[in-house]
Every structure is written in C-alpha cells, then in structure tokens.
Design a protein around this ligand. Sequence first.
Ligand SMILES: [Zn+2]
Length: 265
Amino acid sequence: MIFDQSSGIPFLRFAGLPGNGRVQHAIFTRQGGVSPAPFDSLNLSVSVPDEKERVYANRRRAYGLYGRDTDTVVHAHLVHGRDVARVTQADNGTWLPRVDAILTDEPGCALTMNFADCTPILLYDPAHQAIGLGHAGWQGTVKDLPGAMVAAMQREFGSRPAELIAGIGPCIGPCCYEVGEVVITAVHAAFPNPDSLLLPNPQSPAANPHFDLPAANRRNLQRAGVQQIELSGLCTACRTDLFFSHRAENGRTGRFGSIFVLEAT
Ligand SMILES: [Zn+2]
C-alpha cells in the first residue's frame, strides 16, 4: 500500500486501484483525529464509548478528504455475516441494516466502513464502473463474504471476476492471530488445505495455531475468479501506532475507517 497524507490526515491506498479520476479510496489510520485514549485519535465509530461529537469531528476530517461528511456517505451496520446490499445516494447518511458488504455503480455514491482487526475488502470493476466495500473477520471469512461480493457484482452489474481489481486492507495478521477450537474447526470446514492457513504458534508448536486471515481472504477471492489481488502486508495488532486493534488492545479501542468513492461524471 501507499502511504499518503492530506490536510494532516494520513491515509493508505492500494497501488493497484486508481487514485484519481472515476474512483477514489482511502484506508485511514488512527492518526489525525481529536479523540483521547483509548480512542486516539481518528476513531470513526459510535459503536464504542467515545463522545459522538468527537466522532463526528473525526468523520468530517476523514471523509472530507474527498469532500464528504457523514451524511454524504453510505454506512453499513456490520454483523459478521455474508449478506451484500446494492446502494445508491438515496442511502446517504444511513446505515444499511445487517450487511457486511455494500456495492454501487451510481456515480457520486460513496461507501464507508470501520475496522479494528477485521479485513477490509475493496473491489473495483473498471469495465462497468462499479465498486464494493466489505468487512470480513474470521466469521465473514469462513462464510466467504468476499465470494458473496463477487457473485453480487456479477449479478447486479454483469462484472467479470477476472476483470475485478481487489484490495485486502490492514487486518490482524498471522503473526498475532492465535485462534481456538471454534475457529480451527470452521477453517477446516471452509477451506481445502486448511493447514496452510493455520500456522504453527511461534511461541510453542503445541499451543493454538495462528490463522492467516488475509491469505484466507485472498483464497476466497481467487476461488471466485479474481486474479488481481493486492494485500496490505500490514498487521493491525503489530501496528497499534497506526491502527486500532480489538485483539491487541483488549477491546478498549476505536475503529479506523475506509472510504470508497465512485465520482460523479
Ligand atoms: Zn501482527
């Protein structure tokens, strides 16, 4: 990913996704906002006990990167499922209920979603000018939320998977993501060759393995026919200087944001 900055707000973007013209995107960090610890400082979520006024101020700073505010982006109420919703600007300022991915092909529409260890999934169809933004923790990953996004883009826009450009954003990495029996069993049920995604614990081979969340989502996308896939290479739990991490900060933390914009023509 490429590190960039605008008006004191650091952000990252995928080298493979266009950075100007018809689409714009950014993965924000935790830096550049107004919230105090443990939400320091660019917390974009009111689902954590941060002051609403500070969250709104943070959203103005972050979404302002592309001239947006909380009422001119579409949000989603995430539930760790595999449901996908197609949205338009009529959904601006609302939270789509119980979906973990939102899609649009409407010029002018902007999508946003927040994270703290779960995987941001960005999909762009340059042939049909359509975009999708998704959220996959371990549950969305074993339920193949990325595959559901690709299928929805095929159905809604006529997208061809081989033409999609995908970005897998900063999430908890295999270095830090120790998992127990429930996740191990689910990974075995969801993936062929699951042991390549459940890596030996670096502390002790007898201890619980570490799940490779970004590699599992790359595999989900590949299985759906996507070929152009960029991984961030950044672990949210290793890099709590840059990101909020639910695991590394024992749940007392904020949420960093993302924005994906299809510009008006
Ligand atoms: Zn790590």
